[in-house]
Design a protein around this ligand. Structure first.
Ligand code: F6P
Length: 358
């Protein structure tokens, strides 16, 4: 009987997840491992019957790798250690998940996730004595010890395209356009798309701003004869008073959102520009992965299987200096990789005259 790898996607989806899976399945087939896909993160292990399916190269026709989302489904809320039951009880179901992995004969688990998922999956693996490898994915690009996570490049491309689309309408109507983008506590999407998309102001959670700072830059743009301005703001940028803007969804779940609408009238008042706000939202997570995301996904997927073949577990595969590397998973989840104020991209933006509102 061949050896068995389990694979799951966990946390918020992004473009490139199917490309990771394809690489894992192709590489595993060459090395004689079989692959079982677990649906909806670890939640698929907690259903009766288990929500799992065998994955073989034939499951990855020409189209799957090109598609956003995840063919296995995912969840960013069903933590097996604190599982919310339909009747409202919160139970530790980790033993059940471990028993399922064992019943399925899974010798090594590949978790495609972000830092939150890695924390849960590595605790589960340690508790159950199961071998585990993490593959970083997140549009937020906030996983430590990797230069890039799967899905980020696609999200930056979408945010850049949004600025490309906002610029002509801004110029046609003499407006300041504000684009609110995702990223959780890290400003990487706003910083990268802001530079690539020619923003005048980039607001990120890592650099406190003032309304005066924003207005100074926009007025300068106006004085120079330009009739429009582009502002890109990360969802987690706080108000100048230090308040987080959040949306409370049905059931009480909170997510960042609303900083764009907060800033719109204030920028209008301070600059005289009519303003409009676009919230890009989950559009950033969909669409076909860019070629960079497909390359990263496949390089990391291959590396994950090679680590399993070598018996080198408890690692996250990362991308450093153009190479796939293995780093201890506990080091990767120690801290959130936020934008460093002295990074070369912040320097690039400032050198272009882009303001951070500071
Ligand atoms: O972590 C990915 C992400 O898209 C964040 O950028 C965003 O804050 C959050 O997930 C949105 O979560 P949900 O899909 O639950 O609305």
């Amino acid at each position: 009987m061949s050896k068995t790898i389990g694979i799951l996607t966990s946390g918020g989806d992004c473009a490139g997840l199917n490309a990771v899976m394809r690489a894992v399945v192709f590489r595993a087939a060459l090395l004689g491992w079989r692959v079982i896909g677990i649906e909806n993160g670890t939640a698929g292990l907690l259903e009766d019957p288990y929500r799992v399916r065998a994955l073989s190269p034939a499951d990855f026709d020409g189209f799957v790798m090109r598609r956003g989302g995840t063919i296995l489904g995912t969840t960013n809320s069903r933590n097996p250690f604190k599982y919310e039951m339909d009747d409202g009880r919160v139970l530790d179901r980790s033993e059940e998940a471990i028993a399922a992995l064992k019943a399925l004969g899974i010798e090594a688990l590949i978790g495609i996730g972000g830092d939150g998922s890695f924390d849960i999956l590595s605790r589960l693996a340690q508790k159950g004595g199961v071998a585990m490898i993490g593959v970083p994915k997140t549009i937020d690009n906030d996983v430590a010890l990797t230069d890039a996570s799967v899905g980020f490049d696609t999200a930056v491309g979408i945010a850049t395209e949004a600025l490309d689309r906002l610029q002509p309408t801004a110029a046609s109507h003499d407006r300041a356009m504000i684009l609110e983008v995702m990223g959780r506590d890290a400003g990487h999407i706003a910083l990268n798309a802001g530079i690539a998309g020619g923003a005048d102001v980039i607001l990120i959670p890592e650099i406190p701003y003032t309304l005066d700072g924003i207005a100074r830059k926009i007025k300068r743009v106006k004085d120079e004869g330009r009739n429009f301005a582009l502002v890109i703001v990360s969802e987690a940028a706080k108000t100048p008073d230090g308040d987080k803007r959040q949306v409370v969804y049905h059931g009480g779940e909170k997510r960042y959102g609303g900083i764009g609408e907060y800033l719109g009238p204030k920028i209008a008042e301070a600059t005289g520009f009519e303003t409009r706000v676009t919230v890009l939202g989950h559009v950033q997570r969909g669409g076909n992965p860019t070629h960079n995301d497909r390359l990263l996904a496949q390089a990391l997927g291959i590396k994950a299987v090679d680590l399993i073949e070598a018996g080198d577990f408890g690692k996250m595969v990362g991308w450093q200096g153009g190479q796939a590397v293995a780093v201890p998973i506990e080091d990767a989840i120690k801290e959130c990789r936020v934008v460093k104020q002295d990074s070369f991209l912040v320097h690039t933006a400032r050198s272009l005259g882009i303001s951070f509102g500071d």
